[in-house]
Ligand binder design. Sequence first.
Ligand code: GLC
Ligand code: CA
Length: 554
Amino acid sequence: MKAAMAAGVWMAVAGSGWAQSSAWYDRAVIYEIYPRSFQDSNGDGIGDLNGITARLDYLKQLGVDAIWVTPFYPSPNADFGYDVSDYVNVAPEYGTLADWDHLAAEARRRGIRVLVDFVLNHTSDRHPWFIESRSSRNNPKRDWYVWRDGSGPGEPPTHWTSIFGGTTWTFDAKTGQWYYHIFLPQQPDVNWANPGLRAAMYDVARFWLRHGASGFRLDATPYLFEDPSFPEDPHPPKPGGAAGLEPCNSGRPENHEVLRELRKVLDGFPGQPVLLGESTTATIGELRKVYGEHGDEIQLPMDFLFGNRTRLDARGFKKEVDDAELKLGGQTPVFFFSSHDHPRQWSVFGDGKNNDRIAKLTAALTLGQRGCALMYYGEEIGMATMGAGELSKVPLGPKRPRADPRDGERTPMQWDGGKNAGFSAGSPWLPVEKGHTTYNVEREKRDPDSIYSWYAGLLKLRHTNAAFRDGGYVPLDSGNPEVFAFGRDAGAKGRAVVVMNMSGSEQKVRITGFRGGWPGFAKVLMASLAAGAAGAAESGSFTIAAYGVWIGGE
Ligand code: GLC
Ligand code: CA
């Protein structure tokens, strides 16, 4: 494929010697699409696969390497698609399998890879596997799920709490046992210890790889196994709270075996298919393990230590990026902020006055890095999270069967300033966010200072500038706690520097850390309106404006 990199490009990784970077995903920008909200093609108010296909040229022009499409499987939508009732089909509201094939083929023609969201910890309670499993204790699929006796009459086996709050156990009156679910009761956990279940799940992976997928975003990977002795949770959350990562419910050693097996399935297919993991960990040491001891598990585990940060804090971000670069053994880090589970970064980091400048800064923070960066649809135009007050007025109905606290970051993509922002000719399942008259693709494409133009510029830099395409990370000291600066070094091919002032006032810096001293970055590759790094060419001591981003090159 055109997008495949020449094999065997070696590059320096600060502090960890050399790492081989030969795969497309080592430097990819992967764009997450929530299909329900991206583009409606048939006027029913629900985004669909044909809608995504219709927007591939937009994505190509923006410059993304791959898209990750969140679940479009048949689903009762207790958790909007993350409760799958058929892994090898497309929900009618999103289209057909033929529409998927068309999307995959059209994406491939443009050099864009497509990742499928693989929900492998649980199915829907309406999945035929679970219907069989709950039908009797002797059913051959009984053991495909996690069934246990209660600890006493009416008492669940343990008192664990689920991620969405409430107990992890639901009693099944017919068979007199409890089934386990780390998420909703409608999302029973499968039993990965069962060989039949495993084989069936690997077949699901093969199915989508044969249908043109370039890999998977793996849902909820820490939770595949539980402590088989089901002890009581040593750190139960407060009443009403949600589960954390506990040794009893997550991060079990058995996970690694499954991930290695799944990786082997992928490695049997051409084109370097990839696993992008929703691999939440509490420490960088744990994150390192997710890649596999021999780099034979998840190639791209998302760095939630970085992605869960919600405050602009130069020292904090320097720590996370240094950790990702220096403590993951040279593996490819994965940076992101927004997702269908995270409120949008324009709103999270914005101070109410300088949101657009700050949005450019957080863009440089992820897209300036070595490694893989994720984007969430609409991030590139500064979409905002819809407020809870506004959301509460949106009625429930067939298109929106259930309100979800995450709906605020799932509003329709803003293509233009017109009615429904160009998302749908019908009545959208969620209304468009009120900012759409200003924050939309059509307007921002015409404005060279828009958030869209900034993103497009950064993506272009990643593809065309040697330092940003191939360069290793250089940890720098900015001499100022409000400013995060780092370098990118591609040796003879060139160096670059990214300087970000995370405060609302002008700051002085004295940047050190380049081998041999300040290289003198006379070329301004990109600078946000506010940046103006006066004196940067001559020495590492200069001033940078409030929330400014200054990117210099040799
Ligand atoms: C993951 C998904 C989230 C979903 C959950 C249960 O965290 O990202 O949206 O609710 O898994 O499948
Ligand atoms: Ca539709």
